[in-house]
Design a protein around this ligand. Structure first.
Ligand SMILES: *Cc1c(COP(=O)(O)O)cnc(C)c1O
Length: 233
């Protein structure tokens, strides 16, 4: 299967899942996750219609940035504060904000660059110790702090990574909780609170995420095949 055919198949799966939920597939953004993939593979995906790509390492964004055709870049992985400065003028959105310290660094660099940075707060819905993200009980405090202290940040929504489960349906409950959080904030009014994205769902669980209300899916393997981490990019 080619990358183009895989994208077609993912879009069909996305549309079917959306229709089942009484939604329209077009309202769900497909972000192709391109970690470990070459610029050539990424350009192939862009030619096949991909408009948004996600990387989880700053270094990979920097390595590929000049070689990849025009596209919106998303930072979806854990972000160290000392690396924010390298990507502040390159990415359209940061999905993985999970501390005030990180938000304050984004604020500082966005102000210096004269941009407003779109971010998502990453929720660790299953309270897994090994995962990044904040507990949903802590989300409110972080949202308020960001709205008060960070005029160069616009809060666009929430992101979560579901735990690996034997039965994919077991993860639905986590997606549902983050959707609830999203709906709560969607009702609130604030100049820099502009809820638009609920980033949930990867290759093996995006149909469930869509059923639970996701409108941004992050898909790598189903588009590019299995990753080989030993390969140099
Ligand atoms: C790798 C990754 C994905 C994509 O995972 P696949 O299972 O390959 O679709 C999505 N989100 C994040 C944060 C990732 O790191």
């Amino acid at each position: 299967m080619s990358i183009r055919e895989n994208i077609q198949r993912v879009n069909e799966r996305k549309n079917t899942a959306a229709a089942k939920a009484g939604r329209c597939g077009e309202e769900i953004l497909l972000c192709a996750v391109t970690k470990t993939r070459s610029a050539e593979e990424i350009n192939c995906a862009i030619e096949a219609g991909i408009t948004d790509i996600g990387e989880n390492k700053v270094q990979e964004i920097l390595d590929k940035y000049e070689k990849v055709k025009s596209v919106r870049w998303h930072m979806i992985g854990h972000l160290q504060t000392n690396k924010v400065k390298y990507i502040i003028d390159k990415v359209a959105m940061i999905h993985s904000v999970d501390s005030l310290k990180l938000a304050e660094e984004i604020e500082k660099r966005a102000a210096q660059s004269g941009v407003i940075m779109d971010i998502l707060i990453q929720i660790n819905a299953a309270a897994e110790e090994s995962k990044f993200g904040i507990a949903k009980e802590e989300a409110e405090k972080l949202v308020m702090q960001i709205l008060e202290d960070c005029p160069h940040i616009r809060l666009k929504g929430f992101m979560c990574i579901a735990p690996a489960a034997e039965n994919p349906a077991d993860v639905a409950v986590y997606f549902r909780e983050v959707k609830k959080l999203y709906d709560e904030y969607a009702k609130k009014e604030h100049e820099r609170l502009d809820l638009q994205y609920l980033s949930m769902g990867m290759s093996n669980d995006f149909e469930i995420a869509i059923a639970e209300g996701s409108n941004l899916i992050r898909v790598g393997t189903a588009i590019f095949g299995e990753r080989n981490y030993s390969k140099n990019v």
